[in-house]
Design a protein around this ligand. Structure first.
Ligand code: TMP
Ligand code: ASP
Length: 241
């Protein structure tokens, strides 16, 4: 990609800031050191978190790119930033679960830690004020959040990402329990996997000890939050610098 000029900030979310560049199709994604949970009710700053999520997310996107997953990610720029294609995000959080934990256990009263017979895909309507409520595909179609073709593509890509990441992480001694993806449309109409894939957006359990190596350490006050993110980065082959 080479040189680019970072221009004005165009969006600030809970974990990232987006900046324009001279190319209207390309943005700079900058990872922040902030942690939030429970729709922003619980907050903290941890120095080094943005760097780790940027490194981890770039590594994972690089792995998915090799298998032909269509991505907004272009390349990592430095410790905190990535270049990405500008997309319009579908207002849907797509969650895939391999094992039951978290909100599904609370919502449905099902057993904790049960392996599902096949991956479960859920949709949530992306709206912090409403607490990101779970919705069905029909809600997405009827309210015009995505078309039938888009939903089909989104599900196919999500299942493929699951296969690729389950395989990648199992080799690193990590169980991919569940994760959340977001998708967007680029200016040329391409449907792309967007946002980030990191310990903020996945649940990673150590295969032998069951240790939580993800944001649940923050959500549940388990301690050593950044140590867990460091461990994910280390197992992905990352170096300290
Ligand atoms: P949940 O069990 O809380 O619904 O979370 C399912 C997965 O989605 C888990 O890997 C964490 C991730 N997630 C996010 O990335 N953002 C969110 O806002 C929520 C609620 C979950
Ligand atoms: N990401 C959401 C928030 O910041 C919730 C979560 O991940 O638990 O509020």
């Amino acid at each position: 990609m080479g040189k680019f000029n970072q221009r004005e900030m165009i969006y600030e979310g809970k974990a990232k800031r987006l900046y324009a560049t001279d190319d209207p199709d390309i943005v700079v994604v900058e990872y922040k050191d902030s942690f939030t949970a429970f729709n922003g009710e619980k907050r903290a700053e941890m120095s080094g978190k943005g760097r780790l999520n940027n490194l981890i997310s770039s590594e994972i996107f690089g792995h998915l790119a090799k298998s032909g997953i269509p991505l907004h990610f272009i390349e990592r720029v430095d410790e905190l930033r990535q270049l990405a294609r500008r997309v319009k995000i579908f207002p849907l959080e797509v969650v895939l679960r391999n094992i039951t934990t978290g909100s599904i256990v609370k919502r449905l009263g099902v057993a904790e830690g049960a392996k599902l017979p096949r991956p479960l895909v859920e949709f949530y309507y992306k709206d912090d004020a409403l607490g990101d409520p779970i919705v069905t595909e029909d809600h997405a179609l009827i309210f015009g959040w995505a078309t039938e073709g888009e939903i089909k593509q989104i599900k196919e890509i999500t299942l493929k990402v699951n296969d690729l990441l389950k395989n990648l992480f199992s080799k690193l001694g990590i169980v991919l329990v569940d994760f959340k993806l977001e998708f967007g449309r680029a200016g040329d109409g391409a449907l792309l996997l967007a946002d980030e894939i990191s310990p903020d957006t996945c649940r990673f359990w150590d295969s032998s000890t069951g240790d939580r190596l993800d944001k649940d350490r923050f959500r549940k006050d388990l301690g050593n939050v950044l140590g867990a993110y460091e461990e994910i980065w280390r197992r992905l082959g990352g170096r300290a610098n």
